[in-house]
Design a protein around this ligand. Structure first.
Ligand SMILES: NC(=O)c1ccc[n+]([C@@H]2O[C@H](COP(=O)([O-])OP(=O)(O)OC[C@H]3O[C@@H](n4cnc5c(N)ncnc54)[C@H](O)[C@@H]3O)[C@@H](O)[C@H]2O)c1
Ligand SMILES: O=C[C@H](O)CS(=O)(=O)O
Length: 479
């Protein structure tokens, strides 16, 4: 049985006097690992050590060395792709083909960070633009912040962790890393991979513990300069309220809309939206949750969408054939089924799916829905999607914007003028044209408006958020 614990200054803490919690495979309930949970004392040791290592290691480490470590980590991850993909499938229940995709993206994130570590540019200010500013020179440098607290969710345990760790290191910070306690095994393997790549001990300290015990204490610690959090809205709000004057990046939830106009390619859109709504059982923050379809194509869209959804294969995430695996636990599957029942009680119809078997919820398409149902108003985070007709462009925009969230949307039309007009009016952090809301690349700015979050990730943009500008002015001696 794999036993894992926190890693502080290079040493894994797995002594027996710690509280033990097991990680189970959500598909078959097999025990995958035992966790030795971190305590408040571990948290204190981790932050103190990362603070010291910021001054003794990272502040003096040149950019080319940081870039080399990140590139080496990428190369090692290439060699270990199958090990990481397998463990993600076991700890999260993610179908293996999607776990492999996550590892491939993680390798790219490391490579982007390696390239950008050598290219964190400053600025020269034209000081004589201000009256009296003659004979002065102004420079702006970007400096690392110090200790970054990285708190991550269960659904992309490797890639979303790297979206914090890799830019933090590229910028010259140290990190105290608190991964989701539901999926901590790939996180532990990742920290060991960085050790192998030559990262000095203590530059990343790992805390295997709960949000309540160590996550919240990390957020309020006065030696932590920034919290970078990805997770749910309630926890994000709590972090915003308790972090004090720290910088905070929050990547939160969504109920992403996709809009299909009458000239959209139905065959292409239905194929993509099956992935967009049901990949990893909808447990993706930008999962297609609401699909607004012009009334002219509503019936043909729905028919094709139902047929393609029925073809999905449910089963063991480790099997190559599986499209739909379990949700993260039975509690979540029950919660999602209750939301379907709530909608049906209020007049909705199940077009396909709606059946729960343990942790597996069958891919579900709902119709006849309205904004008073949880499956529309809240983040569903499950394999449930609603298809809703609209009459006019104005209506489609209004329905899409009627949400507390605003992360990503998809717009399907062949009319580029309409596409750009609609994109401009959608209240979102990002809009894709002729692409599903669920698509993300790791090099574009990514983050939400409204209650979907604060700040941006995407390696270059995360580096900006993990550095501080320093101005240096020089008065030039005229003698
Ligand atoms: N916008 C994005 O980029 C993005 C990406 C992935 C997931 N998400 C969101 O994440 C959610 C699903 O993930 P989850 O269930 O793991 O989220 P979660 O909020 O339950 O947990 C996320 C992390 O926060 C920690 N945590 C819990 N309570 C805490 C506290 N009081 N203080 C500090 N840390 C605490 C957890 O231990 C975990 O590591 C969904 O809402 C989804 O939309 C957003
Ligand atoms: O769950 C939300 C994630 O941000 C999706 S992705 O890993 O960035 O594609």
């Amino acid at each position: 049985m794999m036993k894992i614990g926190s890693i502080i200054n290079g040493q894994e803490r797995i002594e027996d006097n710690r509280e033990i919690v097991a990680v189970h495979n959500p598909f078959n309930n097999e025990k995958v690992a035992e966790l030795k949970l971190a305590t408040k004392k571990d948290l204190e040791d981790a932050v103190t050590n990362s603070f010291e290592k910021f001054h003794s290691e990272m502040k003096v480490m040149p950019a080319h060395q940081r870039a080399d470590i990140l590139r080496k980590a990428a190369d090692l991850l290439v060699d270990k792709t199958e090990d990481f993909a397998t463990i993600i499938s076991k700890e999260a229940g993610k179908p293996i083909k999607y776990s492999r995709g996550e590892v491939e993206r993680s390798i790219q994130v490391l490579r982007f960070a390696s390239e950008l570590a050598k290219n964190i540019p400053g600025e020269m200010i034209p000081m004589d633009a201000a009256i009296g500013g003659e004979h002065r020179m102004g420079l702006v440098k970007r400096e690392p912040l110090g200790v970054v607290g990285a708190i991550t969710p269960f659904n992309f345990p490797l890639n979303l962790s790297l979206h914090k760790l890799a830019p933090a290191l590229a910028a010259g910070n140290t990190v105290v890393f608190k991964p989701a306690e539901k999926t901590p095994i790939s996180a532990c393997m990742l920290v060991k991979l960085f050790q192998e790549a030559g990262l000095p001990d203590g530059v990343i300290n790992l805390l295997i513990g709960t949000g309540e015990e160590v996550g919240s204490a990390l957020v309020t610690h006065d030696k932590v300069a920034k919290i970078s959090f990805t997770g749910s809205l309630p926890v994000g709000k709590n972090i915003r309220e308790t972090a004090g004057l720290k910088k905070v990046t929050l990547e939160l939830g969504s109920n992403s809309p996709n809009l299909l106009f009458e000239d959209a390619n139905i065959d292409y859109a239905t194929t993509e939206l099956v992935k967009g709504a049901f990949a990893f059982s909808g447990q993706v923050c930008i999962s297609a949750q609401r699909i607004y379809v012009h009334k002219e194509i509503y019936d043909s869209f729905l028919e094709a969408y139902i047929q393609k959804t029925k073809a999905l294969r449910m089963g063991d995430p480790i099997s190559e054939e599986t499209d739909i695996g379990p949700m993260i636990n039975e509690e979540e599957a029950k919660r999602a089924k209750e939301w379907i029942d709530d909608a049906v009680d209020k007049g909705a119809r199940i077009a396909v799916g709606g059946e729960r078997n343990g942790t597996i919820l069958s891919p579900t398409i709902m119709t006849d829905v309205d904004e008073n149902m949880k499956i529309i108003a809240e983040e569903v985070f499950a394999p449930i999607v609603s298809v809703i007709p609209f009459n006019t462009e104005e209506e489609a925009i209004e329905y899409s914007n009627d949400s507390i969230y605003g992360l990503q949307a998809g717009v399907f039309t062949r009319d580029i003028n309409r596409a750009l007009r609609v994109a401009d009016r959608l209240e979102m952090g990002g809009v894709w044209i002729n692409e599903i809301s669920t698509y993300r690349q790791d090099n574009h700015p990514y983050g939400g408006v409204k209650q979907s979050g604060v700040g941006r990730e995407g390696v270059k943009y995360a580096i900006e958020d993990m550095t501080e500008m320093k101005f240096i002015g020089i008065k030039i001696d005229q003698n």
